[in-house]
Ligand binder design. Structure first.
Ligand code: AR6
Length: 175
């Protein structure tokens, strides 16, 4: 685990499963537009949360690329799930701005709900095809731009599935 403190906020990255972060108040879902189960992050979150999550999500769908919505976490050990629709790389344009909007909107929702800790996956870098390094750069730039504006959120964790992505985030956080 790599951990840093900026503006009194802990920013860290770990290798792991986003659906297994019991110490975080909110986890972020790399959702599909219809907020259905799907694969990857969304599959892991919905499987762990149980059918109540999909039922709650049905009322909020569809969402647009860059948008974020919040639900309760049902059978997950967290309090909330923040669902973000990332851009499909090369299709939803401008992809960089839409990806940044996901992280910004997720943090705004967290602030609005007084959430202290949020765990993020690497949105759009799986099925949606966003190259990992470009996505990581946008993600970290966006998060760091937001840090001075945060008051509720004091702990941000990036949960990377692969060793390569974890090493990428470690390197970028050290920079
Ligand atoms: N925990 C953390 N990271 C994960 C996990 C996990 N359990 N599983 C995969 N990753 P993706 P997207 C990583 O495809 O690109 C879904 O089917 C993965 O290695 O989950 O935004 C939805 O239904 C990758 O780096 O999200 C949508 O249709 C990153 O998480 C679509 O895929 C994102 O991969 C969304 O695509």
């Amino acid at each position: 685990m790599t951990q840093h403190e900026f503006h009194g906020i802990t920013v860290e990255c770990i290798q792991g499963n986003i659906a297994d972060q019991p110490d975080m108040e909110a986890i972020v879902n790399a959702a599909n537009a219809m907020l259905r189960i799907g694969g990857g992050v969304a599959g892991a979150i919905h499987r762990a949360a149980g059918p109540g999550l999909e039922a709650e999500c049905r009322k909020l769908a569809p969402i647009q690329p860059g948008q974020a919505v919040i639900t309760s976490a049902h059978q997950l050990p967290n309090r909330y799930v923040i669902h973000c629709l990332g851009p499909v790389y090369g299709l939803d344009m401008p992809s960089d701005r839409l990806l940044a909007a996901c992280y910004r909107h997720a943090l705004q929702l967290a602030e609005a709900h007084g959430i202290k800790s949020v765990a993020f996956p690497a949105i759009s870098t799986g099925a949606f095809g966003y190259p990992s390094e470009a996505a990581a750069r946008i993600t970290l730039t966006t998060i760091f731009d937001e840090l001075p504006h945060l008051s509720a959120v004091t702990h941000i964790r990036f949960v990377l599935f692969t060793l390569a992505d974890h090493q990428l985030y470690e390197r970028m956080l050290d920079e």
